[in-house]
Design a protein. Sequence first.
Length: 256
Amino acid sequence: MILLKSPEELALMHKANMIVAEILEELAAAVKPGVTTGELDRLAEDLTYRKGARPAFKGYKPHDVAYPKTLCVSVNEEIVHGIPSGRRLKPGDIVGLDFGVVYQGFYGDAARTVPVGKISDRAERLLRVTRAALYAGIERAQVGDRISDIAHAVQQTAEGAGFSVVTDFAGHGIGRSLHEDPQVPNYVRRGMPNPRLQEGMALAIEPMINEGVSELRILDDGWTAVTADGKLSAHFEHSIAITARGPWILSEVANV
């Protein structure tokens, strides 16, 4: 069931997502050689509580293993759901920061991938294309369009640049729950649910784009997804609302 949000509910979602956006800005600034992924997680949790919110991911349990941390930190070949640890970042790494909060009953969720110092030209291009794929998808989030229009825009941008789209994970609806209907895949497939976009829908659009093959595997921790060929992956995400005036990016600092 797709739950449409009222203007008042979207205003609260905007507040939740602004907390996410502001904390992601601080986390991105903290990414540097020598910093551990665990230190980034502790910073995210401290900032979350200071802003009167609570972590959205910590304790989340869609399967047998609950997610144990506040922040997902995915380095290099890790696609999503990397668990923070004592791992130290190195120059040339790329780091996916996926973060969410709950604020006054509503979820905020966003992600970005950032460089650690100077990165390779190929890695820089992967980040640029993945971010462009996100905004191409957002551009198609118009009243009357369909989920497949978002998916096609993401897929065309990524594959047109010679990269591959992860097909094992998708974006999603968002609101009073972290994951709501509908799913928002990053590629078009035959027979996929394809609802028409309506005013009041709230979606988390999140391209996950790989340098090499699209296939992945899950590590023994039950969460971390890595590329099957060990090549790089990037992840960008915004939570948006469908409005009569076009897509409203709830998790973008420029919208404060």
